[in-house]
Structures are given as structure tokens and as C-alpha cells.
Design a protein. Sequence first.
Length: 108
Amino acid sequence: MSQVEAFFAPLDESLIQVALDFSSRPHLSYGLEIPTQRVGTYDAQLVGNFFVEIANHNQMTLHIRQLDGINSHHILGATFKAFARAMRMATEIDPRWASQIPSSKEVL
């Protein structure tokens, strides 16, 4: 049994995949190509830094892939949606395994 979860999120023309594992080995593989530096007043370059800190602080392996998309706002929106849904899936208790630690390493 493993704690690996993945989610695909579409937002109009954009499609993002996020896969994560609470592995105790922090790593970020980041594959977004955001066409503009800003979305409104938000600095889009900060997104990569945000996910580096999330992966390090939570000791997770995190993969973020942009499968499609040309609109910066849609890419970022789909990214955060996919990340949130993958996190939810990874942290929910599965009643089939409620008495076990949900990790192939037996620790989280």
C-alpha cells in the first residue's frame, strides 16, 4: 500500500496533473510553462518557490505537470485545484485500511 495520489484538473484549455507521495524524501519536479510573469498583481514566478517549500516542509515527493494550456490564469487555477484534490485524496482515511499506516514504508 502506498500514499501516492494523483489528480488531473482541467480549466478551459489547460490541463494539469499533480502526483504526490508523503515519502519522507522531499522532491519537486515542476513542469509548468506560465506564459506571463504576472496574473493581475500576482507574480507567477512565485508558484515554483511555493511548491518547493510545500514539498520540503511536508517531506513529500511532488510532481506537477502541465499537459496543456496557454492562459496563465487557467494554468495556475488548474494547478492549485489539482494540488488541493491530490492532497485531499492522500490525507483522507480509507476505511479499507483504517487500522494501518497508509505507506509502503510503514511510517509517515
